[in-house]
Design a protein around this ligand. Structure first.
Ligand code: G3P
Length: 217
């Protein structure tokens, strides 16, 4: 499955027009970078995204305490049936994910950097787990290796949580994550478009068109 990791409506539409888009993930930094501020504007923006894409849309809570996360998550979940409440991997976050699971609200456990965190989130019943592979690579660890480890553990233990490879930087991350066992990749538009690129495709197409022109005038 392919999600786009942005709050930019034009980019969401562009990915959707390719016919390959299954969902959207956002985070507070992505919302801020689009200039979406204030509770009402944020809610309206999520609603607009849900109107564009018919699939899961992750909307992140800002609270870091259990009560606050539950209150925020309920409001977010009320925006649209496709909203997935994104919750950080902290102690109260795990508690909140357990509560959302018991109450039928889909969750995405974010800011995951270890297999141990992945086990906790799965036990709490998270719908999606977001290991940040680019940020793992940024500190010279092995982001794709982390996906592989989590996929192995989830398969051995029979956990239902879907692995959503996040913090994708390029097309290679997408291919490697798919190979390592990620169920979903969430990517910037540039990484999705990067999958198109191959010099032999460009050379081959130029040759076909030139041969056609020579033969047909
Ligand atoms: O949405 C979460 C994640 O994908 C963030 O990516 O590029 O800020 O590390 P990045």
């Amino acid at each position: 499955m392919f999600f786009i990791d942005t709050a930019n409506l034009d980019q969401i539409r562009e990915a959707k027009d390719l016919g390959i888009l299954d969902g959207v993930t956002t985070n507070p930094s992505l919302m801020a970078s689009e200039g979406i501020t204030g509770k009402d504007n944020v809610m309206r923006h999520y609603k607009t995204i849900c109107e564009i894409v018919n699939g899961p849309v992750s909307a992140e809570v800002i609270s870091t305490d259990f009560k606050g996360m539950i209150e925020e998550g309920k409001i977010l979940a009320d925006i649209d049936e496709n909203i997935v409440v994104k919750v950080p991997m902290i102690k109260d976050g795990i508690k909140a994910i357990s509560w959302f699971t018991e109450n039928g609200i889909a969750t995405n456990c974010t800011l995951v950097f270890s297999a141990g965190q992945a086990i906790l989130a799965a036990k709490a019943g998270a719908t999606y787990l977001s290991p940040f592979i680019g940020r793992v690579d940024d500190i010279s660890w092995d982001g794709v290796g982390l996906i592989k480890d989590i996929a192995e553990i989830y398969s051995i233990q029979g956990y239902d949580t879907l692995i959503l490879a996040a913090s994708i930087r390029n097309a290679k991350h997408i291919v490697d994550s798919a190979k390592a066992g990620a169920d979903v990749v969430t990517c910037p538009l540039s990484a999705i478009l990067g999958l198109l690129k191959h010099p032999l495709t460009d050379m081959g197409l130029a040759q076909f068109l030139s041969d056609h022109k020579k033969a047909n005038g």
